[in-house]
Ligand binder design. Structure first.
Ligand SMILES: Cc1cc2nc3c(=O)[nH]c(=O)nc-3n(C[C@H](O)[C@H](O)[C@H](O)COP(=O)(O)OP(=O)(O)OC[C@H]3O[C@@H](n4cnc5c(N)ncnc54)[C@H](O)[C@@H]3O)c2cc1C
Length: 463
């Protein structure tokens, strides 16, 4: 692209100070929390949807690609600009537009952090269910783009179950609404198509979400195990009993040690696994449910267990889980997280495979997972300055995803595909599925400029 011409045009739309064009600034927007690196052509900070529509319209005419960026915490290269595209940066579109308590809806701009929304709702006795561990930093637009999940999604469902409508700037530059405050819009489920499409079908400028009343009571238990398998079996047994806790999260010894060195959550260093079990809802019947859960833990050989006495203790237990990804930096400077999912009953087999792969490629792997959903997060730990180790890490990551697919699972529970897992799409989709995805993309984004090269692999790339 002719940089000066494009820069001047974008500056006319958003103001001079809101376009970055120097190499040193662009470098910061050329990567995200994944391992892939690209090169941003320009970065433009937007303030409202009219600006976004004008920018997209201009880029469409000029044939220049672009990518929406929330906080860049996605782990698969989803916001990495390819072909020196323009990065449309949303951190300044971060307002709560409406909290509609009567209809239990919140309307937000996409750049707002998930946790900021949660805090505003908590003051009114409400909450928004999807709670990614990255909620302090990740944006609602990015959550929508990735169909984010979180510990509480076991009971309440992921982002797609809670986003009801969105204002969208289509790749033509046209501004439109999909869905809204009402439930069940007639016709094909366009919201379903948009959520999880990783910014490849349009750019979201307003989001309408369902909110729920904060639970009357919450009980959080920390259960300690001498094997990951016993913790996993406890999870299966609790659900088989017909109890669906709000969360069932497991961390193994590698992660426990890192977390303790970092946030001091009170997990014993010699435990092979900790299981965080949280019940929420009505007070009536909750003690009986926790009693039954305790019996199940004991049947599976729990070493010890305790219930958080108050909100402060509960927050400390959760700080450990939420800080797990960051904490592993104490072991090795970088990590690759494999977001494979398996049917819950296959968790023990999947973990055995992960262990074998760790030994085969000589890379340490820590495990932290949304056990209730069968969503594994093996964290492959490495030093990205070591090219040989990096190659082994990629091979190990691919093999873990293949093992998940072979066990009847899939290659992403919540972190999306981006560029990093394009080839792995062939593990779970046949040619027809991929052709259908390409046809939809082509119909919506005729020029292929809206976050190109993400999610949908080229048919020719099929191994
Ligand atoms: C420490 C850590 C913990 C994490 N824990 C979790 C977890 O528990 N659960 C989970 O699901 N994920 C988790 N993630 C991954 C990540 O935080 C989520 O994918 C999150 O939803 C990304 O939000 P973001 O604002 O950073 O989006 P970005 O990374 O900026 O963008 C993600 C995708 O959404 C698109 N996008 C962004 N804004 C818009 C918009 N306005 N319109 C259209 N498309 C848009 C982008 O183009 C990109 O494809 C974790 C990541 C880290 C680093």
């Amino acid at each position: 692209m002719e940089k000066e011409h494009v820069r001047d045009a974008l500056q006319r739309i958003v103001g001079k100070e809101n376009v970055l064009w120097k190499d040193v600034d662009l470098a910061v927007y050329s990567y995200d929390a994944g391992l892939v690196k690209g090169k941003a052509g320009l970065v433009v900070f937007v303030d409202n949807s009219d600006q976004v529509a004008q920018i997209v319209s201009f880029l469409c005419k000029e044939g220049i690609s672009y990518v929406a960026r929330g906080s860049g915490t996605n782990l698969t290269g989803g916001t990495v600009p390819l072909n020196e595209g323009v990065v449309i940066e949303f951190s300044r579109m971060n307002r709560i537009l409406e909290i509609d308590i009567e209809n239990e809806r919140v309307v937000v701009e996409p750049g707002i952090y998930n946790l900021t929304v949660q805090n505003a709702l908590a003051e009114k006795g409400y909450y928004y269910a999807p709670d990614p561990a990255s909620q302090k930093a990740s944006s609602m637009g990015g959550n929508l783009g990735e169909n984010a999940g979180g510990p509480h999604c076991l009971k309440y469902g992921v982002t797609s179950n809670h986003v009801l409508g969105a204002e969208v700037v289509l790749p033509s530059g046209e501004k439109t609404w999909i869905g809204g405050k009402a439930l069940d819009a007639p016709g094909p489920d366009l919201m379903g198509l948009l959520v999880g499409s990783e910014g490849t079908l349009g750019i979201v400028t307003k989001i309408v979400c369902r909110i729920m009343r904060s639970p009357e009571r919450v009980l959080t238990m920390l259960a300690i195990y001498s094997s990951v398998e016993a913790a996993g079996q406890t999870v299966s047994d609790i659900i088989a009993e017909g109890i669906i806790p709000a969360t069932l999260e497991i961390m193994d010894n590698v992660v426990i040690r890192a977390v303790e060195a970092s946030v001091h959550a009170g997990y014993p260093l010699d435990a092979e696994a900790v299981l965080l079990i949280e019940l929420d809802g009505l007070t009536d019947g909750m003690d009986e449910q926790m009693k039954r859960i305790t019996e199940i833990c004991e049947k599976n050989g729990v070493v010890s267990h305790r219930i958080a006495k108050d909100a402060n203790e509960r927050n400390i237990l959760w700080a450990g889980r939420r800080g797990a990804f960051g904490a592993v930096a104490r072991i090795r400077p970088a990590y690759l997280v494999c977001d494979g999912t398996v049917p819950r009953t296959q968790l023990p087999k999947a973990l055995t495979e992960v262990k074998k792969i760790s030994e085969k490629y000589r890379v340490p792997i820590g495990n932290v997972f949304h056990a209730g959903d069968g969503n594994l997060h093996p964290l492959i730990l490495f030093d990205d300055r070591d090219a040989d180790e990096l190659e082994r890490v990629h091979k190990a990551g691919r093999e873990i995803l293949k093992a998940c697919a072979d066990l009847g699972g899939t290659i992403s529970g919540e972190h999306g595909i981006g560029t990093e897992k394009l080839n792995e799409m062939f593990l779970v989709f046949k040619g027809d599925d991929i052709r259908m995805m390409s046809a939809i993309k082509q119909a919506v984004d005729r020029k292929g400029l809206c976050n190109p090269g993400k999610v949908i692999p080229a048919q020719e790339a099929r191994p």
